[in-house]
Design a protein around this ligand. Structure first.
Ligand code: C2O
Ligand code: CU
Length: 562
């Protein structure tokens, strides 16, 4: 029997699920395979004097999320051992981890304790930290073990986050994620909203079963190919999708798209522009007003909300505005939407409410949105050694696998084009290469004469997806949000010549490309040139698609700084 997902690939652990049609593949590592440049687990540094010392425990809990039975979730629980108490803020009743607040220059120690029933490790998304603290998927620790992080915060003020790496999709889905907010001198001088006026807005989609339990990958392999889409939106872990605010006040909304694969096109329902002033790892130089905002998985954005002149009781809804994302071209789309998640009531790109800001009290604060925010300290493209011949990385489907330059994840493998020099400035061209489902460069490609039906393949036949036999010859067109560990980069150019004009027309005003980023959303056919500096730390790091199902299927590779 031909397995469709590269099951015989070295170092992949395959788990047969229930039923022949389900094959679970994760980039999941047995310790005997590990040959890491990170050797021993980091221990408590006796000479390290942390400003903030905290414990972060991953543990299974039962929480009341919907009315009725409690939901089994995996949560990060924080405990401050040393530091100002503002450094750790718990989101009451939420499965989301604590909000950790640090300042550039501070030394932080985090004692991660894994009390989950399986291996895990924490990645500090967007942070510029040494290899062993950035973590590599093979750094996962067993249940009951502890992993010590000790680093100095070197990043600019921005909204970062943390989540597991390894079996990333299911672990994040089960609840493991939290915000890490960095502030710095420059930001402190701006009189931006703080404390109760500086609000996390973590946007995620989830599906619950009739017993209120989370359902993951309900469409089996198809979900894994497209990425998981839940059928309802949660805000900060709550199904109420509501922010309780005060009229007379101004707010900094820290939006994080913490969804596994869902892309948002965020717009105020009343048509007012969305005012954006920060992105990923920085404030912008000046605020920007956009008609709507595209927010791919893992991206963060700071949105300004001014309720000064709003009467009490005002409700402002941020909705998802529609965009035409057709994942398959050709016959397979016969029923008009099958690839958008047959069981999701919220197809990707449909219109639905995301959250409502409710002014149900009154107050005042004197914060203002300055016309000048961060100094634009962006990299001068002419300083890149390879400006005219960037490294190219193509993210595409090959043989029913998600690949980067034709390769999939191998624990420690680094190709020549994935090796960079410490101290260098480089341009990388990240290309969404789509992928022919029937590509035939080795005589048949993924269909291989076995087809995907009746062969234990991805369709399994059970959901009738193949009924018009349109699969052969189709393009699989999916967005890929590309994340590079360890760095923040500037986006210098997006090439949209190959993007479907109808799609582009619906999304083109929603991208914020200024600022320092760690993730860039590539819609089908799109490519982007990003520029970055490899500084301070040598080592083995990963870059990957932040569609977590794509990541777990192997759309991840190492790069090495030497
Ligand atoms: Cu947010 Cu390697 O991931
Ligand atoms: Cu992807």
């Amino acid at each position: 029997m031909k397995e469709p997902f590269g099951i015989n690939r070295r170092k992949f652990l395959a788990k047969a699920g229930a039923g022949a049609a389900v094959t679970m593949i994760w980039p999941f590592f047995s310790s005997c395979d590990s040959q890491s440049s990170t050797t021993a687990k980091p221990e408590l540094g006796k000479d390290f004097q942390p400003d903030i010392d905290l414990e972060l425990k991953a543990v299974q809990r039962d929480l009341s999320i919907l009315s009725g039975p409690k939901t089994k979730v995996w949560v990060y629980e924080g405990k401050l051992l040393k530091g100002n108490k503002e450094a750790l803020q718990t989101l009451e009743g939420s499965y989301l981890g604590p909000v950790i607040k640090v300042r550039k220059g501070q030394k932080v120690r985090i004692r991660f304790q894994n009390d989950l029933p399986e291996e895990s490790i924490v990645h500090w998304h967007g942070m510029h930290v040494p290899e062993r603290y950035d973590v590599h998927p093979q750094d996962v620790i067993n249940s009951g073990e502890t992993y010590i992080y000790e680093y100095e915060v070197m990043n600019r003020a921005g909204t970062y986050w943390f989540h597991p790496h390894g079996r990333t999709g299911p672990q994040v889905y089960n609840g493991l994620a939290g915000l890490l907010l960095v502030t710095d001198e420059e930001e402190q001088q701006l009189n931006l909203p703080q404390w109760e006026f500086d609000l996390p807005v973590v946007i995620q989609d989830r599906t619950f079963d009739e017993n209120n339990q989370l359902v993951y990958l309900n469409n089996g392999q198809m979900d894994r190919m497209t990425g998981f889409l839940g059928n309802r939106i949660l805000i900060n872990g709550s199904p109420e999708q509501r922010l309780n605010l005060k009229t007379g006040c101004k707010y900094r909304l820290r939006l994080l798209n913490g969804s596994n694969s869902r892309i948002y096109k965020l717009a105020w329902e009343d048509g007012s522009p969305v005012t954006v002033f920060g992105i990923d790892g920085s404030l912008l130089s000046t605020p920007k007003e956009l008609p709507y905002l595209m927010l791919g998985p893992a991206k963060r954005v700071d949105v300004w909300l001014d309720l000064t002149d709003k009467p009490e009781g005002t409700e402002l809804t941020m909705k998802n505005a529609s965009f035409p994302l057709e994942i398959m071209s050709g016959g397979m789309m016969g029923d008009g939407g099958m690839m958008q998640g047959a069981e999701s009531d919220l197809p990707q790109g449909s219109e639905y409410p995301v959250f409502t800001a409710l002014a149900n009290g009154s107050g005042s604060n004197d914060h203002t949105l300055p016309g000048q925010l961060a100094q634009p300290d962006y990299i001068d493209p002419s300083t890149a050694g390879n400006l005219n011949a960037p490294r190219q990385f193509t993210f595409a489907m090959g043989h029913m696998e998600w690949t980067i330059n034709g390769r999939t994840w191998e624990t420690t493998e680094v190709a020549d084009e994935e090796t960079v020099k410490l101290g260098s400035t480089e341009v990388w061209e990240l290309i969404n290469g789509g992928g022919m489902m029937d590509n035939n460069d080795d005589g048949g490609g993924m269909m291989d004469g076995h087809g995907m039906m009746g062969d234990g393949g991805m369709m399994g036949g059970e959901d009738g997806m193949m009924n018009n036999q349109g699969m052969m010859g189709n393009m699989m067109q999916m967005p890929h949000p590309i994340h590079i560990h360890q760095v923040q980069f500037n986006i210098i150019e997006r090439d949209v010549a190959n993007v479907d004009p109808q799609l582009w027309d619906a999304i083109k005003d929603g991208f914020v490309d200024e600022g320092w980023h760690d993730t860039v959303l590539l819609m089908p056919g799109m490519s982007a040139k990003v520029i970055m500096q490899f500084k301070d730390f040598k080592g083995l790091f990963v870059y990957h698609c932040h569609n977590l199902e794509h990541e777990d299927m192997g759309m991840m590779r190492n790069f090495k700084i030497v």
